[in-house]
Design a protein around this ligand. Structure first.
Ligand SMILES: Nc1ncnc2c1ncn2[C@@H]1O[C@H](COP(=O)(O)OP(=O)(O)OP(=O)(O)O)[C@@H](O)[C@H]1O
Length: 245
């Protein structure tokens, strides 16, 4: 697995600008992006995935500028879970997860191994009972778990997960964050639930108005820093409810 690096990244869209001078993410790191709505988390994810062209600077994977990596290779290197995902055609849950194998297809058909891996991935996400259901008829949280299964089924070394726990109940959120933490892949994920992020991620990029306010490890994620990031008073203390997993 290789390193992801950013060098003097600049992006402008209308009145919004994002600037990131330097960033290096090592293989296997679990990085959460924190920041208020509209600060640029999704935009940064799209820039890191090569889905948006920067106005200046570079993103490199294994020292190779992203824009020079052909699409099919990028699809084997990066998997993206978008913030919202819908499927236009009435595909089954199994088919949606199987499509994660698309970049690995030899010829026009999925192999027996692709099907086997998809079945295993459905089991890992506790989705066996939904296998034959039309994806579009699932609940929001069920759809999210199917999409996560599809993303992991891509077997890419770098996962960009835009709010992976969006719409998930607390049990599924804890299960999925536990599962992600044990994965060997590099994970970069905007997360809104600070307590969950703090528990399951090692490193935090704090974004504010398109700027990197701080790049810290868990021990340095202080209430003062969060107060500055979100413009609300943050304090530590005993939570009203504690969830064990
Ligand atoms: N497709 C688009 N066209 C124009 N402006 C956009 C587009 N997508 C996002 N923006 C703007 O770019 C800025 C950053 O948006 P972005 O989606 O990166 O924020 P975010 O931190 O991910 O927000 P949230 O927490 O609400 O998901 C915002 O001002 C937003 O309004």
């Amino acid at each position: 697995m290789a390193e992801l690096s950013v060098d003097r990244l600049h992006f402008r869209r209308g009145r919004f600008t994002l600037e990131l001078d330097r960033l290096q993410i090592a293989p296997g790191e679990k990085v959460a992006i924190l920041g208020e709505n509209g600060c640029g988390k999704t935009t940064l994810l799209q820039l890191l995935a090569g889905l948006l062209p920067p106005s200046g600077g570079r993103v490199r994977y294994d020292n190779e500028p992203l824009q020079k990596i052909p699409m099919i290779r990028r699809a084997r290197l990066f998997a993206l879970l978008p913030q919202f995902s819908d499927v236009i055609f009435p595909f089954s849950v199994f088919e949606v997860v199987l499509f994660g194998r698309f970049p690995h297809r030899q010829g026009n058909a999925f192999s027996a191994e692709d099907r086997q891996l998809s079945t295993e991935m459905l089991a890992r996400f506790d989705l066996e009972d939904l296998t034959e259901r039309p994806f579009n008829q699932l609940s929001g949280g069920e759809k999210r778990r199917v999409m996560l299964a599809r993303v992991l089924n891509q077997q890419a070394p770098l996962l960009y997960l835009d709010e992976p726990n969006a719409g998930l109940d607390i049990r599924h959120a804890l299960e999925i964050f536990s599962l992600l933490r044990e994965r060997p892949e590099t994970i970069v994920a905007p997360v809104h639930d600070i307590n969950l992020a703090h528990r399951f991620f090692d490193r935090f990029l704090l974004l504010k108005e398109g700027r990197l306010l701080a790049d810290v490890h868990r021990a340095q994620l202080t209430p003062a820093l969060l107060t500055e990031t979100y413009n609300v008073q943050v304090a530590t203390g005993t939570a009203a409810f504690l969830f064990q997993h």
